[in-house]
Design a protein around this ligand. Sequence first.
Ligand code: AMP
Ligand code: GLY
Length: 423
Amino acid sequence: MKVLIVGGGGREHAIAMSVAKSPRVEKIYCAPGNAGIGQIAECVPIGAMEFEKLAAFAREKAIDFTIVGMDDPLVGGLVDVLEAEGLRVFGPRKNAAILEGSKAFSKDLMKKYNIPTAAYETFDNAEDALEYLKGADYPIVLKADGLALGKGVLICRDREEAEEGVRSIMLDKKFGSAGDRMVIEEFMTGREVSVLSFVDGKTIKIMTSAQDHKRAMDGDQGLNTGGMGTFSPSPFYTKQVDEFCRKHIYQATVDAMAAEGRPFKGVIFFGLMLTQKGPRVLEYNARFGDPEAQVVLPRMKNDIIEVMEACVDGRLDQIELEFEDNAAVCVVLASQGYPVSYEKGFLIRGLDRFDGAEGYYCFHAGTKQTDRGIVTNGGRVLGITAKGRDLKEARANAYAATEWVSFDNKYMRHDIGKAIDEA
Ligand code: AMP
Ligand code: GLY
């Protein structure tokens, strides 16, 4: 089988590594890929938003199965374009990817189908939003409706901050057209958990849990990033939490999408907050998390192609997902200055230490192959994952492995997984 993966970050590297383990796969292409993915797949210089070029490439190479890893092409309808060519594709169609593509849509869906989430209002002009802020409780949360590279959420301490936020989203268009509409919602407190699932339109199968660290600096300080590290499983995702979510959130979401005429096939990522009143949905994503995939997929025992094909064919009910009874931690090695500004092009040394090191993974995010060797090429450069018998061992292993590689301006958080000490 020939497989095409669309995307080029650490998540797609983790997907590619899982796909490469499938005995049915003879060749993997990745568009656009990166230097690490290039070691197990053939990278093709086509951007994830170049739908017609991707379709032409898939036709020309007679690709049997395409996996779309990223949010933008999913929300933009790449799956529909490829399916129209008669191709088999893993990922939600445009009318289902809206679950991630519009916060107003997902909030309205949850309200209509009684799925627990924060109370909210939707606004399509700044005046009404500013008026609403007059009588609101603080802190309060502002969310641009559309995709904003994970940065479209503002937590505002008081009315002044919130007014400034509304103006920046709706009038100054800080997040572009993503801010044509916005959601204003109740501020919640609690631990966050990421739960990924496979969905075939009707059936949902939950993967093991994980937790991300979104802020740039230790102690959850600094700006929001795409994710600085993850651990899996989350010790806070207890049996009781799982039971609640199975009863009120997971299947309810899949059924709601089907009832709306938007059957969801692919990965639903539930961003949950474990509040005192019980688990609440913070957000949905229509794809694997990055860097959640980097700790969840290495622990999955199933043949990923078999699971994904079952999703496409609507027979996920016949699959049992199996995960190793261990733990994994991923520490992101970033460029100093991320997420604001940073230099690129520094040589990365020590990558070969990972060759044959069982239970250790070096997922490439922002890297590039040059004549000099592999160099840094982004804010998040590498994701270093290690497994262990438990979270503490996995964390120690992952941090030890972060020392195997070096590059100028290497930056990482030193407290990934520290929360497990409180569990
Ligand atoms: P989202 O993109 O919706 O997941 O939001 C990004 C981050 O903002 C989340 O991971 C939370 O840390 C925070 N957040 C979002 N919504 C809320 C909320 N209603 N209350 C508190 N924090 C929130
Ligand atoms: N790690 C969070 C995300 O992928 O959206």
